[in-house]
Design a protein around this ligand. Sequence first.
Ligand code: PLP
Length: 326
Amino acid sequence: MLEVMDLPGNAHSVHGVGQRAFERVEDARRRLGSVFGVRPSRIVFTSGATEANALAMHGSRRWLASAAEHPSVLAWAAGTIPVDSHGVTCEPTGNADGYAVMLANNETGVIQPIADARAWATRRSARLHVDATQGPARMVLPDALWSADSVSLSAHKFGGPQGVGALVVGEHEAEPEREALLRGGPQERGRRAGTLNVAGIVGMAAAAEAAERGALRALRDELEDGLRGLGGAIIGERAQRLDNTSCVRFGDLDAADLVMALDLAGVQVSAGAACASGASERSHVLRAMGIPGSAVRISMGFATTAADVHGAIAALARILPAKDLK
Ligand code: PLP
């Protein structure tokens, strides 16, 4: 990324310097295609998953989205598909032009049935959009993922820079079948206008290649044993979940209160999604699962160590007795 930041070229300029930037972008596209096993031409670079979700879902189609989706998906849906008490999306009963089912939930880590969703959508001649933001490097990606009509990715979720992502469009999607969301230049074959974030794109490809899955699972299990030992209930624990995410509820204890107390102890967690933190509203994900009260989401990064996990449990063991646990 540092090397590319020194390149003055705009990847869409025809002069030599621009072409060198363009070559970096195309190299990153090829490398991402190879990591994910998709044709590079299916990749449309965006500013992240929020934009990728909008690019996939905007327009006149009527979408139904799983009730536990990220707000950037729910914003485009005409209605929701229920999730069960484990947080897993149920088969929809209503017809729609498209169904949006995320790969894994950002608050609970619960993995969703993408192969089933593909089958539901196909049976109804509808499109399937998958917000796969939480998946890479935190779970084995199912083959069915790449049979979706569109898949959103965000680099910073697998160790890359913030502010860059992609929409992977369908294998046989005719151009310009997908109407551009932003109007302007012809970048990304007319599918996404605007000067490309060359350094971000190169960083995204490098992160995808470097991301290794596996190390976090044992730490997550250790963390959850500790949380249960302190009286915590793990949300969605009977479902398949991401390697790095635990969502825990301590009776009636207010999650926002716990987030603040933990922060003072040097442990950063969130009540629900990071982007909803600060909002006093109850988590729509817990509501959709029929779970009362609030919960704390603890997610681990690639640099999290066993000592961090022990430190978090020790901090909670100090904090919880002082709270009025019912
Ligand atoms: N979708 C999910 C499931 C997420 O977890 C997030 C961010 O946390 C987003 C979408 C938005 O991604 P971005 O910040 O890249 O726009």
